[in-house]
Design a binder for this molecule. Structure first.
Ligand code: ASP
Length: 591
């Protein structure tokens, strides 16, 4: 028997019991006549004690050979500790060891395996299996497991059926590049890995499964950022005979269930905001609503007074940072302005107005605006003495995006983005199509299967080009703390409307047929009204834990170059494999 208990289990009540523990050596403290060794496993740490007086010389000598990360089995008696350690649950006891078996030795690990570690990112990723021995990393993976279990419990209670859909498929249009897999049996042909199971889940609705879900890997060949991975996991769902309202309620229910069961947090009902309002008030379709600082437009009070920057701008818009006037010296403002002018944000400048005592103001544009005028600005913001108004101007969409960055930065500086506070929001009524000036064509804002709102269907089928820009969709996103957790839509279930959508998106009839003929065909056999949603599972883990990086919640993540440092992938394959696959180009590269 390897163990009677785990390393996190024994308490003062167990004193006197004979036990067997197995685990990894965290470290030892050799006092000469006495030796303490910490034994660790997933459940905790228990102290082993070897004393020269009480144990045989052999056993004592053996204990002295133990190195960090050796795997051992220790048999002994639970005794009360003299100097207790209140920091760990097993801190009242220790094990007086009578037998010690070294199950496996270990090389000295390349970094410290403890809550804090000295290992850099690359090193930890190369030895991810050792990194995963560390408690905080292990906790993340265990949290993830609990989250997926609770997802299954909830969705099962709502009659959802878990169905696996294939990984070797044909391209799915989620707007990213596909990862492709060459087919040996069909030389020159390729499978694509799914960017999502979108078309399959819709087909399952046509099959009458009624409610489908899957916790599923998706693959997107995109440029990577901290919160992106080439393969990631979604909670993917689809429902039949539902309206947008039914879908939002079901997934609000899921989200509340997950917060309650994993964090014991009770979320209030989620507010809803239209896409237009989100863009107008926050300059973002995923606003962080943990704090206010909404945008206020100043066109009517800032233009036409001879300040050319504003006069020539499409929009003058600002935010009010409460109580910040005193916290920003001229130098601080200069720095903030430079931060806004970095190419990543690209603002031309930044105008501030500090509200001072007795209806006076301090601002570099003071000579263009009287105190009376500045007071009308302050009124619009509800600004009071000590507040600081920050104003940007320029082209509408661009300026709002820049102001979004400034708002988030001010939120950070003012400590308004508490990771322990959760502010969920449904963003609804997304546009159906997005006009791309460069390529002069429409893109689907969500994806090509998204339905326009009922009220817009007629306009979509018969309207002109301009009309198409104003079509609204039954499409929605769930945003928590400024992070897009998921999105979905009610789908088109009518062949003609779907064909029209492909047509607007620039597919010829033949292309639409070649790529999605199977779905269009299926629509002709009694497709029920349906819709769905997908949550980014890794992101949900991260947001629940108040962190940004999804990588912490993935057992074996890839780095920023999309590389698995541990198994060293991607890597070349040998020539015979390439020959079998009929791949010539890569072969030349290898040679
Ligand atoms: N397939 C969509 C996505 O991956 C989600 C959905 O519409 O259900 O974003």
């Amino acid at each position: 028997m390897y163990r009677t208990h785990n390393c996190g289990q024994l308490r003062i009540e167990n004193v006197g019991s004979n036990v067997v523990l197995s685990g990894w050596v965290q470290g030892s403290n050799d006092l000469g006549h006495m030796m303490y060794t910490n034994l660790r496993d997933r459940y905790g740490i228990t102290q082993l004690i070897f004393s020269k007086e009480k144990t045989s010389q052999d056993l004592f000598d053996k204990a002295r050979t133990l190195g960090r990360e050796f795997v051992v089995k220790a048999t002994g008696k639970v005794i009360e500790r003299h100097s207790k350690n209140p920091k760990i649950p097993t801190g009242d006891i220790e094990i007086e060891v009578t037998e010690l078996e070294i199950l496996n030795e270990s090389k000295t690990p390349p970094f410290t395996i403890d809550n804090e570690t000295d290992g850099g990112d690359d090193l930890r990723m190369t030895y991810r299996y050792l990194d995963l021995r560390r408690k905080p990393v292990q906790n993340n993976i265990i949290f993830r497991s609990k989250l997926s279990l609770e997802t299954r419990i909830y969705l099962n209670s709502q009659n959802f059926v878990e169905v696996e859909t294939p990984f070797l498929i044909k391209s799915t249009p989620e707007g990213a590049r596909d990862f492709v897999v060459p087919s040996r049996m069909n030389k020159g042909q390729f499978y694509a890995l799914p960017q999502s199971p979108q078309t399959f889940k819709q087909l399952l609705m046509i099959s009458g499964l009624d409610r489908y879900f899957q916790i599923v890997k998706c693959f997107r060949d995109e440029d990577l950022r901290a919160d992106r991975q080439p393969e990631f996991t979604q909670i993917d769902c689809e429902m039949s005979y539902v309206t947008q309202e039914d879908i939002l309620n079901t997934f609000e229910g899921l989200t509340k269930h997950l917060f309650k069961t994993t964090l014991d947090v009770e979320l209030e009902d989620f507010p809803r905001m239209t896409y237009d309002d989100a863009m107008r008030l926050y300059g973002s379709d995923k606003p962080d609503t943990r704090f206010g600082m909404q945008f206020v437009e100043l066109n009517d009070v800032a233009k036409g007074t001879g300040f050319p920057v504003f006069d020539n701008a499409e929009i003058v818009v600002g935010i009010c940072a409460e109580g910040q006037a005193g916290n920003f010296s001229n130098k601080d403002i200069k720095k903030l302005t430079e931060w806004m002018q970095r190419p990543q944000i690209g603002a031309k400048g930044l105008v501030y107005v500090k509200v001072e005592a007795g209806g006076t103001f301090k601002s570099p544009v003071g000579k263009f605006f009287s105190d009376e005028v500045l007071q009308t600005w302050a009124d619009k913001f509800g600004a009071k003495e000590g507040d600081m108004i920050l104003v940007l101007s320029g082209e509408d969409e661009k300026t709002r995006k820049q102001l979004n960055e400034l708002r988030l930065e001010m939120g950070n500086r003012m400590g308004l983005r508490d990771p322990k506070k959760f502010s969920p929001l449904w963003v609804v009524d997304f546009p159906l199509l997005e006009w791309d000036e460069d390529s002069e064509r429409f893109h689907a804002m969500h994806h090509p299967f998204t339905s326009p709102k009922k009220a817009d269907m007629e306009r979509m089928l018969n309207g002109d080009h301009e009309t198409m820009k104003s079509l609204r969709a039954d499409a929605y996103d769930l945003v928590i703390n400024g992070v897009e957790i998921g999105g979905g839509s009610v789908r088109i279930h009518d062949r003609d409307l779907q064909s029209k959508n492909f047509d607007l998106l620039g597919f010829t009839k033949e292309e639409a047929e070649a790529q999605f003929g199977f779905l269009l065909g299926a629509f002709e056999y009694g497709a029920p009204p349906h819709g769905g949603i997908a949550f980014g599972f890794d992101r949900l883990c991260a947001v629940l834990n108040g962190v940004n990086s999804i990588r912490d919640f993935i057992a074996f993540p890839k780095n920023n170059q999309g590389r698995d440092m541990m198994i060293d992938a991607p890597s070349p394959i040998d020539e015979t494999q390439l020959d079998e696959l009929g791949i010539e180009m890569a072969k030349e590269e290898v040679e």
